[in-house]
Design a protein around this ligand. Structure first.
Ligand code: KG4
Ligand code: ZN
Length: 361
């Protein structure tokens, strides 16, 4: 499970790279990647789309916890305060200078507009000052591309389930950066459901990792919560009914004066989400004739979801790919991986690049 400690610039690659000279050839493509779509200020240097030379994340979780969720204005202000430091640290830990960077990749949507704007403005400023080409990246394309970093052998086509705080998409990855959405949520995203249920049972923000942890002490069969099917599309999701069922259960316990077992509610809710995600996804993999399946996004770090996919993919002879928990939640290395393939295709953005909060995949 990936539970980020608040207010800290993570420097996991520091030790690894500290005494290391970077061997670069003329053909190597070095991407400086920037990600500020929500509450993580992140920068990374990625070599040839697959090798992470540095991966810096300043997480704002502590600042937002007392509000029960991300406060957009606070997020934007903190990004402004941290962005230069995070970029400098990413270059320093990668042992490279801007002169060696081939392109700058930046998330320009979807996300919080004020937060996105900080990263986009920083990327444009560095690009303008140095002449290094600018490549805008879709945040979800970044999440999917996290799989390329840790599975060097993974190549499209494959099916990917993207489950984050804002998205629940089933996607056919036809080629690098080429996606066909075959299923999506009709209401809440999976991560949103985790966060709302966590709040309702008193676990607070951020909900996903807390439900993951508390569920280990609970019985996933204790309460029977609904598994929603969407009549028109077998690959779509709906989580609002499940969320209401949890709230109704809590209300009825309260009215009857029955004690609520937090761990049982968490485990039963989590099992209902996991069952639906596994069933819909693996049905799609077979129906569309693929044999490779990947997961991505913050909810993909859920330990029960990973275990369930491991078991079910093995049973159904599907190759299963998943980024490490750290690479599932927001980071800039994944933007560097996606940015590399965009750069290779010739994508370049001008200084009119803007933040697009509801950018379509
Ligand atoms: O991908 P992400 O870091 O940011 C977005 O792009 O939204 O995803 C954040 C979401 C949050 O809703 C959080 O509660 C959820 O991912 N999450 C988890 C876990 N870790 C993060 N959900 C379930 N189990 C987890 N271990
Ligand atoms: Zn994300």
């Amino acid at each position: 499970m990936n539970e980020r400690k608040a207010g800290l610039v993570e420097q996991q690659d520091k030790e690894k790279n500290s005494s290391m000279e970077v061997n670069l050839t003329k053909q190597d493509v070095l991407i400086l990647a920037i990600e500020t779509s929500c509450d993580e200020t992140a920068a990374s240097v990625v070599k040839n789309g697959r090798e992470v030379l540095s991966d810096i994340i300043y997480t704002q979780i502590a600042l937002h916890t007392c509000y029960g969720g991300v406060v957009p204005e606070i997020a934007s202000r903190k990004h402004i305060e941290k962005i230069n430091q995070v970029i400098e640290e990413a270059l320093r830990q990668a042992h490279v200078t801007l002169a060696e960077i081939t392109a700058i990749a930046v998330t320009y949507g979807p996300g919080l507009v004020g937060a996105l704007l900080v990263g986009v403005s920083a990327a444009k400023a560095v690009s303008f000052a140095t002449g290094i080409p600018l490549v805008g990246v879709h945040h979800i394309s970044g999440h999917i591309s996290a799989n390329y970093i840790e599975h060097k052998e993974l190549e499209p086509p494959f099916v990917c389930l993207v489950v984050s705080g804002g998205h629940s998409h089933l996607v056919v990855v036809k080629d690098y950066g080429v996606y066909e959405i075959i299923g999506r949520t009709r209401d809440d995203a999976a991560g949103e459901a985790f966060d709302k249920v966590a709040r309702a049972i008193g676990l607070g923000y951020p909900g996903g990792p807390k439900i993951d942890r508390v569920s280990r002490e609970g019985d996933p069969e204790a309460i029977s919560f609904p598994r929603a099917k969407v009549a028109e599309n077998a690959y779509d999701f709906s989580f609002s009914g499940l969320k209401s069922a949890v709230l109704n259960y809590l209300n009825s316990c309260q009215m009857k004066g029955t004690a609520i077992c937090q761990a049982d509610v968490a485990a039963s809710f989590q099992k209902a989400v996991v069952d639906v995600l596994v069933e819909h996804s693996l049905h799609a993999v077979k129906a569309f004739g693929y044999d490779k399946f990947a997961i991505a996004g913050g909810v993909a770090s859920n330990s029960s979801l990973r275990r369930a996919f491991d078991e079910e993919c093995a049973k159904r002879k599907i190759q299963f790919f998943h980024p490490s928990p750290r690479m599932c939640t927001d980071n800039a290395a994944m933007i560097g991986a996606a940015g590399f393939y965009e750069y290779q295709k010739g994508v370049r953005h001008g200084y009119d690049l803007n933040a697009v909060p509801n950018l379509e995949l």
